[in-house]
Design a protein around this ligand. Structure first.
Ligand code: IPE
Ligand code: IPE
Ligand code: MG
Length: 267
């Protein structure tokens, strides 16, 4: 039997289990495990990063097809600079090459691409590729792809705090006006709804400085699969799992009022 057909049939079966009315609008992904994937195969870590790019393309298509509106991926953290220079340089060149090769198709698909993070330390050629792809796609309305590069959640929060402190000292705002809404409006993700679902691959159970503010109430799905082996099937499994969650936001499932009794009172 044709392998592609088997995969398609498996995905169709999963798709049938998805409630189209409850598809997460915004999915965030920590794409982790590239290095381990390559090392397991006796290959240099760079092979894992290369393979990871194809997976991102597959998941971008899959999430758009499913009806998601925003995908935010963690591509390079503020802490990833501590890796050997050779790996960092490889990743920087890979970002540039992939973006140059893919931007035409991204634009044709009416996808807007945005980079989130401090771009200052990146080389000019990468910065130029980033700026031109953001500008080319800025009016695309179908889907938003956020790529977090040199991004750190703590750094983002400190930046917002600094910004608000400056506005306050210049008299533009009063300290008493600082609230969640104002804070939100200074975040790098301003205007974008918080992710309903966070997926992390490779089995690691931590956030690693990703979207600390925005993930406050996201559902977390840990996949044991290493990012280069992740695919549409695994993505659909994550969405099905998300749809089975009971999102309470600190409340309780709706119960009739009289079902609450103060346990200190005699019944
Ligand atoms: C994720 O894979 C990609 C980046 C952080 C750039 P890793 O490179 O972290 O792979 P592992 O976790 O070492 O296997
Ligand atoms: C998180 O993965 C960063 C990205 C996926 C870009 P890391 O591999 O850097 O995280 P840790 O070191 O396992 O926490
Ligand atoms: Mg890792």
């Amino acid at each position: 039997m044709n392998l592609e057909k088997v995969i398609n049939d498996k995905n169709t079966n999963l798709l049938k289990r998805i409630d189209k009315q409850k598809v997460p609008e915004h999915v965030a992904i920590i794409m982790d495990g590239n290095g381990r994937w390559a090392t397991k195969k006796g290959l240099p870590r760079s092979f894992g990063h290369n393979k990871g790019v194809n997976v991102l393309k597959e998941i971008l298509k899959a999430s758009k097809k499913l009806g998601c509106k925003v995908l935010t991926v963690y591509a390079f953290s503020t802490e990833n600079w501590t890796r050997p220079t050779k790996e960092v340089d490889f990743l920087i060149n890979l970002f540039n090459e992939v973006l140059r090769n893919e931007i035409k198709e991204i634009h044709q698909e009416s996808i807007r691409i945005k980079f989130i993070g401090d771009l200052t330390p990146f080389p000019e050629n990468l910065k130029n590729t980033i700026y031109s792809s953001e500008s080319l796609t800025k009016n695309n309305k179908n889907f938003l792809l956020n790529v977090c590069v040199n991004y750190g959640g703590r750094q983002e929060i400190v930046k917002v705090a600094k910004e608000l402190a400056l506005k306050s000292s210049s008299g533009e705002i009063k300290p008493s006006e600082v609230n969640e809404e104002l804070f939100n409006s200074e975040l790098l993700t301003r205007g974008i709804k918080d992710p309903e679902l966070l997926i992390r691959t490779s089995g690691e159970k931590r956030i690693s400085n990703f979207l600390l503010w925005q993930l406050a109430y996201s559902e977390i799905y840990i996949s044991e699969v290493l990012w280069p082996d992740f695919n549409e099937h695994e993505f659909l499994k994550a969405v099905i799992d998300y749809q089975s969650r009971n999102r309470r936001f600190g409340g309780i499932e709706s119960l009739p009022n009289e079902s609450f009794k103060d346990s200190r009172c005699s019944s």
